[in-house]
Design a protein around this ligand. Structure first.
Ligand code: PMP
Length: 351
């Protein structure tokens, strides 16, 4: 009976799968390897004491928005906070996508653009990246002309390829589009270039960010959108009132104020450079350039490499079965110790 009640879009649908596997080094989900800053841990008792969990959290996450606005050099009314940027992608669909509307996104890219499109009943147009995974701007403008997508996603830097799209090209796409253009800047801090400053110049631009990556708060679930007030009004209409819990709001605020970001990002950038250098020396591996905290690498036999890495306790993400990513594994840049361990295991494997 239940099968007859479920929405058509959900029948036979496969969601994002996450497996729990024991590991020594976790290099599969683009998290940072750092704990909460020491100063924040010291204050945890105070934070808990004054969190008033007997009452609902601030539905507008006002203080957190103020801090995020400072960080992005915008005003708080340009910020929307979500339970991870995943939730915001979902809410964008809920606010703007009717069944049958067109959503375009790069391919290969972050899987959730497709997952939430399917749930919304959208018509998906994946726009292929070039062979070397750089953006093919011509293809995007052709797709926009031909299909008039209601939503266009650009992922910058792109997950899982690490490639980027230049500002002029983003602007070209925004100008061409009659729909909303979402620029997902989840990995912004490892790249340094942003389009956030243009949110009031274009009425159809949403920039997505997250505290899950450079700020190291994946477990707390904080994503945010930066956009004009009109668009955010609609996102506010469809959100659950208490989507960010009280602890998360407080701890996120403390972490933003803690001042650890620069040092931590620099550490990862140094390690990225070293990892790319070292991996490039190993025969049989093709390493792609990256502007994020992960590196896409191709193997002759990715399945074998993945299995061997797992046996040695290293989790990386296997993309080798995804169309366009044959032979590819994605490795998250981690601590020096973890990166060295990975390099040595791969050297042993492939020599
Ligand atoms: N966008 C991109 C490009 C991502 O890679 C991720 C996480 N893998 C997200 C959004 C979602 O991040 P979160 O929900 O943790 O904010």
């Amino acid at each position: 009976m239940i099968e007859n009640l479920v929405r058509e879009e959900i029948k036979g649908f496969k969601n994002y799968e996450v497996h729990s596997i024991p590991y020594r080094y976790k290099m599969d989900a683009n998290e940072t390897p750092f704990e909460l800053p020491e100063g924040v841990i010291k204050n945890i008792q105070e934070i808990v004491k004054y969190s008033q969990v007997n009452v609902y959290p601030d539905p507008t996450a006002e203080k957190l928005k103020e801090e995020l606005a400072r960080y992005c050099k915008v005003v708080p009314t340009n910020i929307f906070v979500g339970n991870g940027s995943d939730e915001i992608i979902h809410l964008i669909m809920l606010a703007f996508i009717n069944k049958g509307d067109v959503v375009a996104y790069p391919h290969p890219s972050f899987a959730m653009y497709s997952v939430y499109s399917k749930i919304a009943g959208a018509v998906e147009i994946p726009v292929k990246l070039e062979e070397d995974y750089t953006y093919d701007v011509g293809s995007f403008t052709e797709v926009i002309e031909k299909y008039r997508p209601k939503l266009v996603f650009l992922c910058n830097p792109n997950n899982p390829t690490g490639s980027v799209i230049e500002r002029e090209d983003i602007i070209k796409i925004i100008r061409k589009s009659n729909g909303i253009v979402v620029v997902d800047e989840a990995y912004f801090e490892f790249y340094g270039n942003t389009i956030v400053d243009a949110i009031n110049e274009f009425e159809n631009l949403i920039v997505l960010r997250t505290l899950s990556k450079a700020f190291g708060l994946a477990g707390l679930r904080v994503g945010y959108a930066v956009s004009n007030e009109k668009i955010l009004e609609y996102l506010n209409l469809v959100k659950s009132p208490y989507n960010i819990n009280s602890f998360t709001q407080r701890i996120a605020l403390e972490v933003l104020r803690s001042g650890v970001l620069r040092e931590r990002v620099n550490y990862i950038l140094n390690e990225r450079k070293r990892l790319i250098n070292e991996l490039s020396k190993i025969k049989g591996i093709k390493v792609y350039p990256s502007k994020a905290n992960f590196i896409l690498v191709k193997f002759k036999d990715a399945e074998y490499a993945h299995k061997k890495l797992l046996e040695r306790g290293i989790l990386v993400r296997d993309f080798s079965k995804v169309e366009g990513l044959e032979g590819a594994l994605r490795i998250t840049v981690s601590t020096k110790e973890a990166n060295d361990y990975l390099i040595n295991v791969l050297k042993e494997l492939l020599i």
